[in-house]
Each structure stands twice: as C-alpha cells, then as structure tokens.
Design a protein. Structure first.
Length: 196
C-alpha cells in the first residue's frame, strides 16, 4: 500500500513540476531565446516587408492562455513607404501558437497604431499583394491556420492615400468583432494561410 502511495505522490509531483515549468520557466526561456534580428530577416523573406521590432515578451497564464507582447513594431513596404506602426501589441492565444501552426486569436489589443491605406495608380490596394506573396515556409511551417478573434485598438490613425487624394481618420478607441476580422481576412487569397 505504501508503494502505491509513493507512486501516486511521485506522479502528482511530476505533474506539478511540469505545470510549474510550463507557466513559470518556459515563458522566460522563450523570451530570452527570441532572436529579434532573425525574426526581422525571416519576416522580410516571408512578406517582403521591412520589419523592425524592439521587444518580445512571452507569458503563460495558469489557464494556459499564452500572452505574447510586442513593443514598437514597424512594417514598411519594400520601397520603404510606411505601412503599419504600433507601440504595443498584446496577443492572447493558445499553446498551439508556440508548438504548432494554429494561431487562435482569443484577443488582440493594440496601442498607438498608424496604418497607411495606399491605392496604386492602377487602382489596386497596395495591401492586396501581400497575402499571395506570404511564404510561411520561411518560418519552418508549411501552412499556418489563423482563427480570428476580436481586436481592440487604443489610438488608431488611418491615412487613406490615392495618387490624387489624401484623407486621415483618427479613433480614440476602435473595436473589430470576430466576424469582422474573419470577413476582412477572407477577402484575400493567402497562399500559405488558412482562415477558420
């Protein structure tokens, strides 16, 4: 009987240690080992967008929600024209985003966002070329699955630029529902991304 109790205690201890490692130590390892320079290079290879990023921080909650925080993300087109800037991005997702190829967006919160919506002389939106060019194999993944979720933005500035016009809109708070995000993403033909 004592042997069974000892076995049960050992199993429980192992489970607790694994749990403690997963929520306490793994996020530190992920944060410390994240190579921003390599990420910027891979993102450029995968999208042809010039990317700069100051900081990445991982956190795993007791309920296994994965929180990924980015600081000062900037994206520019290959011709160096600005596309997107955010001072802070906080993504709440699942462990599958770290260990698999599925990004379930439970929540996405952004601060101080600037987005430039550019229409080319031919009438095509400049953003329309990005989905078809995206190559997930540069990140070691054949395909990526995105399950859209709600997006909240604090301080959003959108510039609408055409060859002959310019307009600008500012929002203190802007929210997009799951359905709105899914509809937006579904309008584009991604070559290596599936939208669920």
């Amino acid at each position: 009987m004592t042997n069974h109790k000892n076995t049960i205690l050992i199993v429980i201890s192992a489970i607790l240690l694994t749990y403690a490692f997963f929520i306490g130590i793994l996020p530190v390892i992920l944060t410390k080992s994240f190579d921003i320079t390599k990420f910027e290079e891979k993102f450029y290879d995968a999208t042809s967008l010039v990317t700069t990023l100051d900081e990445v921080d991982y956190n795993i909650k007791p309920n296994f929600d994965v929180i990924i925080k980015l600081r000062n993300l900037s994206l520019k087109y290959i011709d160096n024209q600005p596309m997107f800037d955010a001072s802070s991005i906080e993504l709440t997702t699942t462990p599958a985003a770290i260990f698999g190829n599925t990004f379930k967006v439970k929540n996405l919160y952004l601060k101080n966002v600037k987005y430039e919506d550019q229409i080319l002389p031919e009438g095509e939106n400049k953003l329309a070329f990005l989905p078809g060019a995206f190559d997930s194999t540069k990140f070691g993944k054949k395909n990526i699955v995105i399950v859209p979720g709600p997006i909240k933005i604090k301080n959003l500035k959108i510039k609408y630029i055409t060859p002959t016009t310019y307009d600008e809109k500012n929002f203190i708070d802007k929210e997009y529902s799951n359905a709105e995000v899914k509809e937006f993403l579904s309008n584009y033909s991604f070559s290596h991304i599936k939208i669920r």
